[in-house]
Design a protein. Structure first.
Lengths: 252, 420
């Protein structure tokens, strides 16, 4: 029997879903599974039973927590896609300030009337167990397709433990630090073939901190170029939820 | 009193509900409830650098990320007094048009068309009308590839930075792509014909329509704000005084008014306001299906999107050839951050997008403001829902709801933009 797949999204910009619709094999792959729910593309309703849940976005409301728990209890496999889901991503920048103040800045005195049940942003992995992660902001459609196929075949996740620097060297890029510019590839998880750096832009850390990252050595390296503070500030863009880890030397 | 409601309207970008209260055949209340969670981007940019601000605001929306990135860059350049090269300006125009091809292609075929052929989604069409699905995917792919050519990838351009581009397409790439764009004009024209052949509900809006305009160009990246009804022009830097934002209880998106009145932005506003700047081919195709200013039926927004596809494909082909045959560089120019406030505006696929960024002398953001097209459209959409609903109240429940949804989808709302 073909497995039933549902696509869900929490707080996000829908960019990863857009990326996924950008992959031409989707229509062909539809033959290998039933797309039971996808709010973005069809008016069919969310079913009660399904096998694989693909979730985009960060968890930012009480409603999201309840939904995630329900999904985990139902789905055999949970795949999370994109930086928001995997690290807390851009929404987690809000953790650097006071959440109430942030809401007030945007909605003014009416803040209490809207933004019901808002909670500090967190990655999906902080709420439920996940089986597969597709990193990146946005995800690369080929990488998503690879992960979905692994899930359909009943395999386990195959995560990149190493940092970006190795792929960056293979692609023959010169180091941004030599130009006096900060680059987060020092600690960021590999797997994108140093995409941005190949196009002249320093790594912004969207894939999160690699399991094998040596934070202590990276900070020392950045300090040599008097860029340690910029390096740590830059990490806040995608890794504010793991900030405790970033600043804790025991993480190294 | 009966309440009709739609939980999570399908085939729109984001989470929104519709609520209709009917009492003895009279509609008491009708609202578009934006339940997409609050995202507080305007507070998240505070304290970030001028390099990070466009990266962050680009993540307001994965669907029109090119527009958010470019608008944020324009606001920053406006603050710092940065003059970029002609080549950079043209590449930005291409990038924004790439987003038009992506968005209009997706919205027309995947989100809107199923309404007009009575299907829940576009997927069944793959079997019954494969040529239509093929054309849809081809247009969308062309937009994706144009965004990739200029911005490095289809979503969230990585090469566009304050001052210019970190890498740019080669002459050969531009020439090859120009040819493909030329060939796509036919697909775009077929899209106008397809949407022109649909049975479109009859209705006229009372709302004004606003868009950027320019004397010498179909205004996309630069221009002045123009009112269709009142004929005035205002500079972009006036937008915060011009528009009043208000928080409404049923929505995480603010509503926006001009002089206390709702208005509409988007393709229909642009085609109405900049008709004379459309390329002749686009005007001819439009006239063939009976479209010409002044168009007041918001359902025509879909046809106007298709008209813009014709214009965009041909215009971008010319831009590609122009860039291929001219010298110059789009490499980021030198500049110094300064303490100042900057304004930026572009025409996103869904309408005018405004960003304000205030900087301290080190180029750190001290305050930010974003007004998105969908936020501007919501009050007008609700006004149109209220005015349109009585004429279809005699329909069966499901049909009534479907027609209301169809109106919502004609507006092409983007709810993650709306809440930003």
């Amino acid at each position: 029997m073909r497995p039933n797949v549902v696509f869900l999204s929490l707080a996000s910009d829908f960019g990863c879903q857009v990326q996924i619709t950008n992959f031409p094999e989707l229509l062909e792959m539809l033959g290998t599974f039933n797309l039971s729910y996808w709010q973005l593309a069809t008016s069919a309703h969310m079913p009660d039973e399904y096998d694989i849940a693909v979730i985009e976005g960060a968890c930012t409301t009480k409603e999201h927590v309840e939904l995630l728990e329900k999904v985990r209890a139902t789905a055999k496999v949970v795949i999370i896609v994109g930086a928001c889901a995997c690290t807390g991503g851009i929404p987690s920048i809000a953790l650097n300030g006071d959440l109430e103040e942030g809401l007030k800045l945007v909605y003014g005195e009416a803040a209490g009337k809207v933004a019901w049940g808002h909670i500090p942003p967190r990655p999906i992995g902080a709420v439920i167990d996940v089986d597969f992660k597709v990193l990146g902001c946005p995800v690369n459609p080929d990488e998503f397709s690879y992960v979905l196929q692994r899930a359909l075949l009943g395999l386990v996740d195959n995560v990149h433990r190493e940092t970006m620097c190795a792929s960056c060297k293979i692609n023959e890029n010169s180091c941004f630090y030599a130009q006096g510019k900060v680059c987060l590839g020092l600690v960021t998880a590999a797997g994108c073939e140093s995409f941005c750096i190949n196009r002249g832009r320093a790594c912004t850390g969207c894939r999160g901190i690699a399991a094998d990252a040596n934070m202590k050595a990276a900070r020392e390296f950045a300090a040599k170029y008097t860029l340690e503070q910029e390096f740590l500030n830059g990490l806040e863009i995608y890794n504010s939820h793991a900030k405790g880890l970033v600043h804790d030397d025991s993480f190294c | 009193m009966t309440t009709l409601s739609v939980n999570h309207v399908a085939r729109i970008e984001g989470h929104g509900d519709i609520t209709v209260d009917v009492d003895e055949g009279v509609i008491k209340r009708i609202t578009m409830d934006i339940v997409e969670p609050a995202r507080i981007f305007e507070s998240m940019v505070v304290g970030r650098t001028f390099e990070e601000a466009p990266l962050i605001t680009s993540r307001i929306c994965g669907i029109c990320s090119a527009n958010h990135a470019v608008t944020s860059i324009l606001a920053t350049e406006n603050a710092f007094g940065v003059e970029v090269s002609q080549r950079t300006k043209k590449l930005r125009e291409l990038l924004v048009y790439g987003s038009y091809l992506q968005n209009h292609g997706t919205h027309l075929y995947i989100l809107a068309a199923p309404d007009y052929v009575g299907l829940p989604s576009v997927f069944p069409l793959a079997e019954t009308a494969p040529e239509i699905v093929k054309r849809a995917l081809a247009l969308k792919r062309l937009g994706n590839e144009l965004c990739t050519l200029v911005g490095g990838r289809t979503v969230h351009p990585t090469t566009a930075v304050v001052g210019g581009f970190t890498s740019e397409p080669t002459r050969t790439e531009l020439l090859t792509f120009g040819k493909r764009l030329e060939e796509a004009v036919r697909d775009a024209a077929a899209t106008v014909e397809l949407f022109g052949s649909f049975d479109i509900p009859r209705y006229e809006t009372k709302n004004d329509m606003l868009s950027l305009v320019a004397a010498d160009n179909y205004a996309i990246v630069e221009g002045e704000i123009h009112s269709l009804a009142h004929k005035w022009n205002r500079p972009v830097s006036d937008y915060r005084g011009l528009m009043q934002e208000e928080v409404v209880a049923h929505s995480n998106s603010k509503h926006v008014m001009v002089d206390g009145k709702p208005f509409m932005v988007g393709a229909i506003a642009r085609v109405n306001n900049s008709w004379d700047q459309l390329l002749p081919s686009a005007r001819v195709v439009a006239s063939k299906v009976g479209m010409r200013p002044v168009m007041k039926n918001p359902f025509y927004n879909n046809i106007c999107q298709a008209i813009e596809l014709v214009d965009a494909a041909e215009r971008c082909a010319m831009l590609c050839y122009e860039l291929a045959d001219s010298d110059g560089s789009a490499a980021p120019v030198e500049f110094k951050p300064r303490e100042a406030v900057g304004y930026g505006a572009t025409e996103a696929p869904r309408g005018t997008l405004y960003h304000t960024l205030e900087y301290d002398k080190n180029g750190i953001v001290t305050a930010g403001d974003v007004i998105t097209p969908t936020a501007q459209n919501l009050a007008g959409l609700e006004a149109d829902m209220r005015a349109f609903a009585p004429s279809i109240l005699k329909l069966e429940h499901d049909e009534f709801i479907l027609k209301i949804e169809q109106l919502v989808r004609a507006y092409d709302p983007c709810l993650s933009c709306a809440v930003h």
